[in-house]
Ligand binder design. Structure first.
Ligand SMILES: [Zn+2]
Ligand SMILES: [Zn+2]
Length: 288
């Protein structure tokens, strides 16, 4: 049977380009994804709603684009109830300090991620030697200095609920980083997956440029625990999300997402785990 029939809204993800910001995607009526250079952030809340939540903050120097989008979508005086972080890599917390200067709002991250966003711990260095092309080779240029949010960030509630988002829950999806989380809404199986998996093959530069949709494992040069990453992908595949916004790549939905994610979960060691790289062999020294 044609599975497309069961996902009639698959084609409803509408790309929208705004002059001031990057490309936006109306993924669901209350889920808007904004693509900033190579990374996606999410706004949860209907257009013009008085309450919304921001998930992740994109690359450094993205604050203006984010503020413009908030003004366009929610109104000139709008601000989120909270900022939720999938994890603390530089491309997901890039604008957060600038935003917190404008907005006095709480930030939430997984308890295990908090040391990395308060300067207490530094992420392991990206691995330029990992199998996987140009983006890995230039990865030493990426900032690894942790963002320092101090007391502005607090742990997500232990019971899995998400502050200000009644129908969502957070799911611990470590591997790419220790305290990585995804956000899921059971009612319509909407998933925000951060970098637990992505929908572009980031290791192939032309696919990054063209943003060809393809369910792929987490970005290789920053993923340090491949077994945990594998378990996390299986966990998310078992939820059978109907729509997914990932940290990288164009949002996906319906049969393409279903098949892509099943395939990734079923063949993770073969297709996602690099053949070589310093974080691949657990016997190797991880101290630098
Ligand atoms: Zn990441
Ligand atoms: Zn990322």
């Amino acid at each position: 049977m044609d599975e497309e029939l069961h996902h009639p809204f698959e084609r409803t993800i509408i790309p929208m380009t705004s002059i001031t910001s990057g490309t936006g995607y109306e993924v669901l009526p209350d889920l808007y994804a904004l693509s900033l250079q190579i990374v996606n952030i999410c706004f949860i809340g209907h257009e013009h709603a008085s309450e919304f939540v921001l998930i992740d903050t994109g690359m450094p120097r993205s604050a203006d684009a984010i503020l413009d989008t908030v003004r366009e979508r929610f109104g000139s005086r709008a601000r989120p109830k909270a900022i939720l972080l999938t994890h603390g890599h530089f491309d997901h917390v890039g604008a957060i300090r600038d935003l917190l200067e404008v907005w006095d709002v709480p930030v939430y991250a997984h308890e295990l991620e908090i040391p990395y966003v308060t300067g207490k711990e530094k992420y392991p260095d990206p691995d330029p030697t990992v199998e996987g092309g140009l983006l890995a080779k230039i990865s030493p240029l990426y900032p690894t200095e942790p963002v320092r949010l101090g007391s502005r960030v607090q742990p997500l509630p232990e019971n899995g609920t998400v502050p200000f988002l009644d129908n969502w829950r957070w799911i611990h999806t470590p591997g790419h980083s220790r305290g990585h989380v995804s956000f899921f809404r059971d009612a319509d199986r909407a998933l925000i997956a951060g970098d637990a998996f992505i929908t572009v093959k980031q290791d192939e530069f032309w696919k990054v440029l063209t943003q060809k949709q393809e369910v792929s494992g987490p970005p290789r040069y920053l993923t340090t625990d491949w077994q945990a990453a594998n378990d996390s992908v299986r966990k998310l595949a078992a939820l059978d999300p109907a729509t997914a916004v990932c940290g990288h790549g164009i949002p996906m939905a319906g049969a393409d997402l279903h098949h892509g994610l099943q395939e990734l979960a079923g063949n993770f060691n073969k297709v996602a785990v690099p053949d070589y790289g310093k974080y691949v062999d657990p016997e190797q020294d991880r101290s630098h």
